[in-house]
Design a protein around this ligand. Structure first.
Ligand code: FAD
Ligand code: 2HG
Ligand code: ZN
Length: 473
């Protein structure tokens, strides 16, 4: 097993005994997994880190079953890790020692959809893409979209407060999630599953579970406000000569595309090289130092096309953009999106990858990539910058032939030192998990961290829920 992140000491939890397995078998017949071959995949995260070796995975179907599992685990002081699609990128979804994996994969029912309000209520284990497909039959879409949609589950999305490529348009899950049902550590069901747009009745408790990463409760169901499906969509893939030109293109897009702008993503030439080389995806335009993907979505094709045309013309005339291609046909739209969405996959084929997902002031977001290259180019394979430019979210990734603890330490000093000096965030959208907990204190005050600890203590006094994640010991 690979352990590339700070080693922690096992907490004071009970060891699993045969009698425990019997209890679970009675509770969830046929849904108690102990086969090591099946468990291996769930003990390994998407990046291939296999920090722990759990011997048990439970697959509940109902909130009541989750409640009984947690009540029993809490009494017995058995630790557990909630797991959705296991696509998380911060080592949060896998056990570090022998935590029991509680998988939501069988909790995949849509409870209701109201076409007037656009509110969807569903169980936590629904796969994001399946929800997209379900909603499209009703003329709606999910308010979030991300490259892992084929595997990630809405419960995992909510628990990491996942961002993705539509946040610029529809906002974060913190405001599109209207209600949450969660099971607390002692098995109590906390029903906050309302579907109201507005509710100012004191503290907004459901927000604790958005980005809670399974440390405060297990999310069993979610109510979401889902937008109407736009009737027209345009995607432009553009080449820019400099990062400054990317920023100018963004300003222009905001100005000219207005309310139709639904994504503004950027990637640098090294990202393009990686997807060309490792995934055989062709460059849709000619070679440029930077590329931008601009999407519009709206309710009137004529109007949207005209706006897009005006934007492109002005972008070319002012020379912010020097090459471009436009798509409205779904298969070409998909091909353009693939170049952007599959960078993570291309990186994973390039070597061991150090991932940084930071929020920084948009205007100098790329300077960190330039500085990282200046210092570490010679010691690494590739250093790339891409991300959700419109949200001030940079994905800085560094690939190396193999993990090296000293290299990682020096790299983190640069990246996190820089981020702290800008008052940025060390995790814009992926969460904290195992990989980022040692750096939280660089951008969060002791007062804030103390309150976080207090909340954890209040909701999970025995610390059985996803231990060793988010908060450092
Ligand atoms: P998991 O990986 O299974 O779990 C993630 C965390 O949530 C863990 O801490 C887990 O314990 C906890 N958890 C899971 N389910 C529950 C539950 N029901 N109750 C309580 N806790 C739970 N992220 C983005 O933000 N934006 C992106 O654009 C993006 N793109 C990605 C692209 C690729 C190719 C990949 C591999 C990942 C990407 N991610 C992105 C990261 C990841 O997909 C998201 O974090 C996703 O939301 C995780 O969902 P999941 O179901 O896989 O959760
Ligand atoms: C994306 O935007 C994801 O593609 C993954 O958030 C980013 O792999 C990464 O660093
Ligand atoms: Zn991202």
């Amino acid at each position: 097993s690979k352990m590339t992140h700070p080693v922690v000491k096992r907490g004071p939890f009970s060891l699993l005994e045969p009698r425990d397995i019997e209890v679970f078998q009675a509770l969830l017949p046929e849904r108690v997994i102990t086969d090591p071959d099946v468990l291996r995949a769930s003990c390994t995260d998407w990046l291939g880190n296999c920090p722990g070796n759990s011997v048990l995975m439970l697959r509940p179907r109902t909130t009541k079953e989750v409640s009984e599992i947690l009540r029993y685990c809490n009494e017995r002081q058995l630790a557990l890790t909630p797991q959705g699609g296991n696509t998380g990128l911060v080592g949060g979804s896998v056990p570090l020692f022998d935590e029991i994996i509680v998988s939501t994969s069988l909790m995949d029912e849509v409870v209701s959809f109201n076409p007037l309000s656009g509110v969807l209520v569903c169980q936590a284990g629904c796969v994001l893409e399946r929800l997209h497909n379900y909603l499209s039959e009703h003329g709606h879409i999910m308010p979030l979209d991300l490259g892992a949609k084929g595997s990630c589950q809405i419960g995992g999305n909510v628990s990491t407060n996942a961002g993705g490529v539509r946040l610029i348009r529809y906002g974060s899950l913190r405001h599109t999630v209207l209600g949450v049902e969660a099971v607390l550590a002692d098995g109590t069901v906390l029903d906050l599953l309302t579907t109201l747009r507005k509710d100012n009745t004191g503290y907004d408790l459901k927000q604790l579970f958005l980005g809670g990463e399974g440390t405060l409760g297990l999310v069993t169901a979610v109510a979401l406000a889902c937008p109407r499906m736009p009737s027209s969509q345009n995607v432009a893939f553009l080449g820019c000569q400099s990062f400054d030109a990317v920023l100018k293109t963004f300003e222009l897009a905001r100005h000219r595309l207005g309310e139709t702008l639904s994504a503004f993503e950027f990637l640098d030439e090294v990202c393009m090289w990686l997807v060309n080389t490792h995934l055989a995806l062709a460059n849709p335009v000619t070679e440029h130092p930077f590329y931008v993907l601009v999407e519009t979505a709206g309710s009137c094709g004529r109007h949207d096309d005209e706006k897009m045309q005006d934007f492109l013309q002005e972008a070319m005339e002012t020379a912010h953009v020097s090459a471009g291609t436009l798509a409205t046909d779904p298969s070409k739209v998909q091909a353009l999106w693939s170049v952007r969405e599959r960078i993570t996959e291309a990186l994973s084929r390039d070597g061991f990858t150090y991932k940084y997902d930071v929020s920084l002031p948009t205007e100098d977001i790329y300077n960190l990539v330039v500085e990282t290259r200046r210092v570490f180019q010679g010691e690494s394979k590739h250093i790339v910058g891409y991300g959700h430019l419109g949200d001030g979210n940079l994905h800085l990734n560094v690939t190396v032939p193999a993990h090296d603890a000293d290299f990682k330490k020096r790299l983190e000093e640069l990246v996190y030192g820089w981020t702290a000096r800008c008052r940025g965030s060390v995790s814009a959208e992926h969460g904290v998990g195992t990989f980022k907990r040692h750096v939280l204190a660089s951008t969060k005050s002791p007062v804030a961290l103390g309150i976080m600890r207090g909340i954890k203590q209040l909701l999970d006094p025995k610390g059985i829920l996803n231990p060793y994640k988010i908060l450092a010991d």
